[in-house]
Ligand binder design. Sequence first.
Ligand SMILES: Cc1cc2nc3c(=O)[nH]c(=O)nc-3n(C[C@H](O)[C@H](O)[C@H](O)COP(=O)(O)OP(=O)(O)OC[C@H]3O[C@@H](n4cnc5c(N)ncnc54)[C@H](O)[C@@H]3O)c2cc1C
Length: 377
Amino acid sequence: MSERKADIAIVGTGIVGLAHALAASKRGHSVVLFERTPQAQGASIRNFGMIWPIGQAPGQVHQRALRTREIWRDLAPKAGFWLAETGSLHLAYADDEYAVHQEFAALAPDLGYQVTLFDADAVLTRSRAVRADNLKGGLWSPTELCVDPREAIAALPSYLERAHGVSLRFATPVHHIDLPRIHTPRDTWTVERAIVCSGADFESLYPDIFADSGLTRCKLQMLRTAPQPDDWRLGPMLAGGLTLRHYTAFKECQSLAAYARRITAEHPEFDDWGIHVMASQNGRGEITIGDSHECGWSIDPFDKPEIDRWILDYLQTFLAAPSLHIAQRWHGIYAKHPDRADFIADPAPGVKIVNGVSGAGMTTAFGLAEEVFAAWE
Ligand SMILES: Cc1cc2nc3c(=O)[nH]c(=O)nc-3n(C[C@H](O)[C@H](O)[C@H](O)COP(=O)(O)OP(=O)(O)OC[C@H]3O[C@@H](n4cnc5c(N)ncnc54)[C@H](O)[C@@H]3O)c2cc1C
């Protein structure tokens, strides 16, 4: 076995590991990136590809999302993956949903969000994908970006290798970190520091830290249509009323409580399975649809067809796409902290765990990685 050297070892080629590899390289460090599978297969390739600043908590996390957005825009042409500056529309079909839109639009300037309150006509002018019947209005936000996560997460490692000289070690699980040594079945590396970005794997490295971390796992069911006919485009990414209950940003609105109470009374299944419904569309014309949230340390490996049905039924209350023929179904699992937007720990001198970015890793990882290095050096 050969012995190799780098300044920093990073474990995991999900978006969090890739973001830290980029931030470390930009600071002039040599980096080796380890991934246990032949290509990333975790949460980072299973998501909507939504870069979603509008949903993030006001202040630091929202600023982190805006910084991440800038980095995605910079990377797409350099790394050669598709990215669209679609913006987003939240849609209201009931007065209590529109009340939350109105309140959020009023608060937005002070909280730092760029949103515009639309009436129904303005929504329909912005998007031909939206159902007109009973539409009250919507919230337009220009800050959301869409990438195809499968394409972007596949393209970024080779870009990091090509542009920043990052060493890539796929199909190489890290079994043990004992700085300055990183032990893998393929070779041993000598490094100064290590960053563990292992996503929902809480067992392989530092299981004691994860056991006490407060982190849990969250499983989301997802669906994807075949490419839409005739090059039909979704335009802005869409979110129905239920999404108001999901993202932290809207917790600022007092009107949210009444809406949430109504949904709990009318649709307990949405509470039971954490269902809210959003749609994005990739460069090949496929619409990605989700999702549900089943959280716990132990995750049911099998999917529930009734969840897919509830998601699709709700989707059709606001989306009028030419075809909702479902071509793929899958689930993804992310690591979540109950009350923090990230989980950072120092399990040994020179080693950091960066995890717990919850349902927003695509939206926050690049900014978070810059913050981690700024605080560490
Ligand atoms: C269905 C779904 C939809 C989502 N939608 C969005 C969205 O639209 N926008 C958004 O911002 N966020 C979204 N998220 C959240 C986002 O996908 C996650 O926050 C993010 O992908 C987490 O990235 P990660 O790098 O921590 O984990 P992962 O992507 O899971 O990567 C962890 C990697 O570490 C590797 N690994 C673990 N242990 C080892 C080891 N010992 N040695 C080597 N390799 C190891 C794993 O193989 C894996 O590849 C969604 C998540 C899901 C599941």
